[in-house]
Design a protein around this ligand. Structure first.
Ligand code: ADE
Length: 248
């Protein structure tokens, strides 16, 4: 997986991606990235990349030309059909299934906007996907690009040291993850649930499954509509719904 990030702040991307698990994946040669400074493609003497909006209004708009030139330069190496992802609050809201879908690509271009956004012609000419990381407005697309890159990278084979650790986790099958504990067994009176110390594999699996369902009902009931539940799961869900109602 090769990431190409178009930005006015390359150091923001570099500092972030070179840390922790993505940094290790870069060292292992599983992923690579380049942060491309859009300003390098400005054709005017002062290296301006933004201008006032036609029609008036607040703020500045990023101009089409430097972005278009930078995109073309990347596509020369990465391929003309490389997806170009623009990070914007107006995009499709990012989730785990989009992360998995993007992880299948070999090259991805990310475009980080600033100011009042980019000239709409960039979106018409170059952008293939608009992605938002949630219903709030950031000062720029860099943090959003890093969120997407981080989540996509975890789904690239070989990035996680234990391939399994991507399977039993939140949003897998639209359920939140069960609670995890490690040593010590008791900390300031707070105990690890007995079942996890029992050594009884089947019971532990059952408990974890139920915890996943319980947490999803409690914190993200919207996810349950799409969750794949078997007969036992459904029965458990009905029971906890009844007991939660009776506590109301
Ligand atoms: N740029 C500014 N706000 C954003 C958001 N919520 N998601 C993606 N890109 C953004």
């Amino acid at each position: 997986m090769n990431y190409h990030v178009l930005t006015l702040f390359p150091e923001m991307i570099e500092n972030c991606i070179e840390t922790s698990i993505t940094g290790r994946a870069i060292n292992k040669g599983i992923i690579s990235f380049e942060a491309v400074n859009i300003r390098d493609y400005a054709t005017n003497r002062h290296k301006h990349v933004d201008d006032y909006p036609y029609g008036g209004g607040a703020g500045m708009v990023m101009q089409v030309e430097p972005i278009h030139l930078a995109c073309n330069a990347i596509k020369e190496k990465a391929g003309a059909n490389t997806r170009v992802i623009y990070l914007t609050p107006q995009g499709r809201v990012f989730n785990q299934s989009i992360a998995k879908e993007l992880a299948k690509e070999e090259e991805l271009i990310f475009l980080c906007g600033h100011y009042e956004g980019v000239d709409e012609r960039v979106i018409e000419m170059d952008v293939t996907d608009c992605i938002s990381i949630g219903d709030y407005v950031l000062t720029g697309g860099e943090l959003a690009a890093m969120v997407v890159i981080d989540a996509v990278s975890r789904m690239v084979p070989g990035v996680l040291s234990n391939e399994d650790s991507g399977v039993n986790e939140s949003f897998e099958n639209n359920l939140l993850e069960y609670p995890q504990y490690t040593r010590p067994e008791i900390y300031e009176g707070y105990k690890v649930p007995d079942i996890l110390l029992s050594g009884h594999h089947a019971n532990i699996e059952k408990w974890r499954r139920e915890q996943s369902i319980y947490r999803t009902l409690k914190y993200r009931p919207d996810l349950l509509d799409e969750a794949v539940l078997d007969k036992k799961d459904k029965k458990y869900l009905e029971n906890i719904k009844i007991s939660l109602h009776s506590q109301d």
